[in-house]
Design a protein around this ligand. Structure first.
Ligand code: ATP
Ligand code: MG
Length: 404
């Protein structure tokens, strides 16, 4: 019986060639498999040049489609009927695909592609054969090659011929795990999770670092960050979260540094600690949710003075985005409602209202003379605890209570 028994997955970024392409394809199959396998054990996975073919084996395609929509590196995908490479079978399948189309169908077009060259019939001949058969077996339907109601795509491959009618858009981007590792500075706010999402989009393997200042910041603030990291796992498998004890260092800075320079010095310390952790975990860059001019610490002057403490690249995916744009994405990726919960994070607690918007390197260095940078940075790195967050579902409240 003819039925849509496969999903054909396309990926973009044709610029990727040679060795990279192979690595890219392998990683994408692995990512798809790790998302789908637990819930859909009967699926089979087949990689062929330029396509990934999922065999459904009776699994329901509807929830699978929802999951595929969240996997980076997928350009588009279609439900497909697979038949053996025989013209008669192809004809029947093309007719079936057209008849199964939803909505009113008055016109159609066949779009055949012979990816498997040993097959003896060319693409344009196939268009004619299949189109002729469909016309002969339907009433009041005609061909329209320019804007048909239904386009029947036919791909002849070595493993069989795939016949499709609809196409669903994927997220694009690169498969997570193909671009190296980045350490994301994750606060409980709106911006940094969105920055994480954009990094995952470009194939980055993400670990997160959070600065926690108990008792000034409470367990709920920490839970928020765990929940945000868990949301990010929806797009990229597990996320490791490094929690840095920041209380002592913050108190020390508060004591030693005039209030209008506190924020700058605190940020420099955060960056030094992040660099230390990045080295430990072999991350190639650090990332933040900063956006140019959003607050005092995010002016170019501030960034310059803060950034000066490290040679590790600091990536800022949101640099040019307006808050509204960031909020729109935060809602789409479902982090917004967590981010707006009212628990204070470490930066808000000590922050004076009079932060300098143009702190200079000389000023920062002058006040750091009174701070025991090395000792406190080392202590913070040594006291850091790491949690592995595997998936959103895995973080239940009770489990977390035991961990915290
Ligand atoms: P966010 O919404 O991401 O908190 P924000 O607009 O509130 O950003 P800031 O609080 O100035 O901005 O923080 C700027 C960036 O510094 C954050 O996007 C984040 O990358 C990093 N950051 C701030 N606080 C922390 C923290 N407690 N732990 C880890 N990173 C932090
Ligand atoms: Mg913040």
């Amino acid at each position: 019986m003819l039925t849509f028994d496969h999903i054909l997955i396309r990926y973009g970024e044709l610029a990727l060639k040679g060795k990279n392409r192979h690595m890219f394809e392998k990683q994408l199959v692995q990512n798809i498999r790790s998302v789908l396998k637990p819930s859909f054990p009967r699926l089979t996975y087949h990689r062929t040049f330029g396509r990934i073919l999922l065999g459904l084996n009776g699994e329901d395609p509807v929830p699978i489609k929802d999951k595929l929509r969240k996997i980076f590196g997928i350009h588009s995908f279609s439900l497909a009927i697979r038949v053996t490479n025989e013209l008669d079978k192809m004809k029947q399948a093309a007719l079936h695909a057209l008849q199964a189309s939803e909505g009113e169908v008055r016109t159609f077009k066949i779009n055949a592609r012979r990816a498997y060259k040993p097959f003896p019939i060319s693409s344009s001949e196939l268009n004619h054969h299949l189109g002729g058969f469909v016309l002969a077996n339907t009433d009041q339907i005609s061909v329209d090659v320019h804007s048909p109601d239904v386009e029947i795509k036919v791909e002849v491959r070595e493993s069989g011929t795939y016949i499709m009618t609809g196409e669903f858009k994927g997220l694009g981007g690169l498969p997570v795990g193909t671009s190296g590792k980045v350490l994301l500075m994750l606060s409980g706010g709106i911006d940094s999770p969105v920055a994480g999402y954009y990094l995952l989009k470009r194939g980055v393997t993400l670990e997160a670092i959070h600065f926690h200042s108990p008792p000034f910041t409470n367990e709920k603030a920490k839970q928020k960050v765990v929940d945000l990291a868990a949301k990010l796992t929806n797009f990229g498998g597990q996320v490791k979260l490094h929690i840095v004890p920041f209380t002592e260092l913050q108190k020390h800075i508060h004591e030693k540094v005039p209030s209008n320079m506190e924020m700058t010095i605190m940020r420099r310390m955060m960056l030094r600690i992040s660099e230390g952790i990045a080295k430990k975990i072999d991350a190639l860059a650090i990332a933040t949710g900063e956006s140019l001019g959003q607050v005092a610490s995010q002016t170019l002057h501030s960034m310059n003075t803060i950034n000066e403490v490290t040679n590790t690249p600091v990536l800022r995916p949101l640099l040019t985005m307006d808050k509204e744009e960031v909020i729109t994405v935060a809602k789409e990726i479902d982090t917004f409602n967590i981010s707006i919960l009212p628990y204070e994070d470490c930066c808000t607690i000590f922050l004076p209202p009079d932060s300098k918007t143009k702190p200079t390197r000389q000023q920062a260095e002058k006040f750091e003379q009174f701070v025991e940078t090395e000792a406190y940075v080392q202590a913070a790195i040594e006291g850091t605890e790491t949690m592995v967050i595997k998936s959103e579902a895995a973080v239940s409240k009770t489990e977390m209570d035991e961990l915290l």
